[in-house]
Design a protein around this ligand. Sequence first.
Ligand code: KG4
Ligand code: ZN
Length: 329
Amino acid sequence: MKILGIETSCDETAAAVVENGSRLISNVVASQIEIHARYGGVVPEVASRQHLLTIIPTINRAMSGLTWRDIDGIAVTYGPGLAGSLLVGVNVAKAMALATALPIIGVNHLEAHVYANWLEDYPSAGGNGGVIFPCLCLIVSGGHSDLLLMKGHGEFERLGRTRDDAAGEAFDKAARILGLGYPGGPAIEQASLSGTPSVPLPRAWLKESHDFSFSGLKTSMWHLVHRGEVPAADAAASFQLAIADVLVTKTIEAAKQLQVQQILLSGGVAANKTITRRFLNNSPISVLVPPPHLCTDNAAMVAACGYYSFRSGKASDYSLDVVPSLGLG
Ligand code: KG4
Ligand code: ZN
C-alpha cells in the first residue's frame, strides 16, 4: 500500500510517497529556511504564501514516475502548526482526494514525528530494528518537548511536556543571544564543535514530574553571554550539554519507572548528535532515532503515520479542518 504524505505545518513544504508505512519511494522537502533566516525566525504570513507557491511542484516531484493509480491514500498534517500554513496542505490534499477519489487521512504532526522511527531506509542508529510496545517516546521539536508512553499504534499517553520553552525553541533563542543564525539548533551544534562545555549552566530537574523547563537555562545563557567572559563556542557547548543532560536523564528515569524496553526519539532536536550520542551511551535499553533529515520536518513521516492510521480504520472525510493547537496523548 502506497501513501502520499503532505506536510505544510511550519516552514517546510514537503511531499513523500511511502510504501507499507516504511519504504521511502520519494521524499521531497522544499525548505523555506533561507527566506525566514532574514527575519531571524518563521514569519507565518510569508510561510503560507511560500507553501502556496511550492506545494504543487513539490507534490509533482514526489509523484514523479508514479500515477495516481499507484497511490492508495493521501495523508496530510492537520495540526499542530501555523493555521495559514496547515490550511494550504489540508486544502490541496482535499482537492486531490476529491479529484482522484482516494481516501484522505488527517495526521497529527507530533504523532508523525514518532513514526519517522518506522521508516526503514536507514541503518538504525543503535536500535534493534523493530519497535517494542509499550515504548517511551520523546518528541523534541521547535514547539514541543513531550514525553509519551506509546502502548500501540496510535495509542499515546502523555507523561510530561515543557512548562515553558520547547527544547528547539530554547536552541533558537540561545542562538539569537549568541548572534548565531536561524534555525538555532544546527547553528549551536556547529559552534559547539570548536568549544568545550566548561560552564556549569543550571538544569531544571522538576524531580516530582516528567515535565521539562528550559526558560531558566535560556536566562542564564543571556547573563553568561552579556558578561562577556566566556568564548561563544564554549557558551554554545555548555548550553547544548545542559539540554542533552536534562533530556537524557529525565527520559531514562521515566523509562525505568515505567519499565519499558525501548525509547523512541523524534523531532528536529533529535537531529543533534551530542544529544543522540548521550542517549545511546547512557541508556540501559535500546534507543531508536531516525537519521537527522527524518528528524526535522518531512512528509515521509506523515505518510508512515497515515498508513498505520488508515490500517486501523481512521480515515478522515472532506470535513477535515486544521487544528493549530492539536495535542497528542
Ligand atoms: O521538528 P522540527 O523540524 O519542526 C517542528 O515541528 O518544530 O523542529 C525544529 C526545531 C528548531 O527549533 C531547530 O532549531 C531544532 O529543531 N533543530 C535542532 C537541530 N536541528 C534542528 N536542535 C538541535 N540540534 C540540531 N542539529
Ligand atoms: Zn515538526
